[in-house]
Design a protein around this ligand. Structure first.
Ligand SMILES: [Zn+2]
Length: 300
């Protein structure tokens, strides 16, 4: 009997190991979401870390190998990865994850993107002509995105469709409750004015009723210039801003420089999972973002 059990286990183990959907995420938030929705049925790694600028990374050989073996690719899209993803896809040559197939998903395509300009002159900087791609900073955006990601997992791994459905409902129940709690906690932020390094936070600001007073980048995607910082110093010397926000991978000098001159706290907010020690999953990400914003009000 024991021997039969052992034989059965040998027969079953490789199958279950094979059942996993391999997810290639461009950014850590989508890898984290895939793990929430797929649990042990998926493996998910991110091409970028929270300490890297997702607009600009190198198409390293290890990433090409990962795209080559992936079943599902999940990226923010809207040209956020235009500087590196097309080269990765071309070199990996994996039909499953090419645009137009079930294995290719642009998360931002499932939400209403803001600030689409239609302007394709990238010489003017990283202008995101298809709209702002940093959609993960509004947790409500993760509702339609998680529904679509779950649907893709079920398409690619139909034998586990009911598991994905169940995990999705469980996730959404916990997520929607968390969103309500965050909104209550963040109420003091309503009407506050933020200066942000890059236009990374427009969705968060719209969600919480924070006004974007200015950007440190005069041209989106290009480093802040001395001229522009001087202009901001004059503009906000007498007030008009409550905090200056940057992401962990951005140069801290422009925000510190301005902070000292206009007397407004400069803070680091995690743009995604792993951006701070506290932000170690999607729930902790928003817990930490709100804690840090509220902390800035206390120290203003
Ligand atoms: Zn951007």
């Amino acid at each position: 009997m024991r021997r039969i059990t052992a034989l059965l286990m040998i027969a079953v183990l490789p199958l279950s190991a094979h059942a996993a959907v391999e997810v290639f995420a461009c950014e850590p938030e989508w890898a984290a979401l895939a793990k929430e929705l797929g649990g042990p049925l998926v493996t998910a790694d991110s091409a970028t870390t929270a300490l890297q600028d997702p607009h600009y990374i190198q198409a390293r050989p290890s990433l090409i190998a990962h795209v080559r073996s992936a079943d599902l690719l999940v990226c923010s899209g809207a040209q956020l990865e235009i500087g590196w993803l097309p080269a990765l896809l071309q070199k990996a040559n994996n039909r499953k994850v090419m645009p137009g197939n079930d294995g290719y998903m642009e998360a931002s395509a499932y939400v209403l993107r803001v600030d689409a300009t239609g302007n394709v002159d990238r010489a003017k900087g990283d202008i995101h002509p298809q709209g702002n791609p940093h959609v993960q900073t509004d947790p409500r955006n993760l509702v339609p995105i998680s529904r679509e990601l779950s649907r893709r997992l079920a398409l690619l791994d139909p034998s586990n469709a009911s598991v994905y459905e169940q995990r999705l409902e469980d996730f959404l129940g916990r997520w929607n409750a968390a969103v309500q709690a965050w909104e209550t906690r963040a109420a003091p932020l309503r009407g506050k004015r933020g200066i942000t390094h890059h236009k990374s936070w427009v969705y968060l600001e719209r969600w919480l009723g924070i006004e974007e007073a200015a950007n440190l980048e005069a041209i989106p995607g290009l480093p802040p210039t001395a001229t522009h910082l001087s202009k901001l110093t004059a503009e906000f010397a007498e007030g008009g801003a409550d905090f200056i926000i940057r992401s962990p991978y951005q140069d801290d000098r422009p925000s510190q420089w301005l902070s000292e001159r206009i007397g407004v706290p400069a803070i680091v907010l995690p743009l995604t999972v792993g951006g701070t020690e506290e932000a170690d999953d999607l729930f902790a990400l928003f817990d930490d973002i709100i804690s840090r914003l509220l902390g800035a009000l206390d120290h203003a």
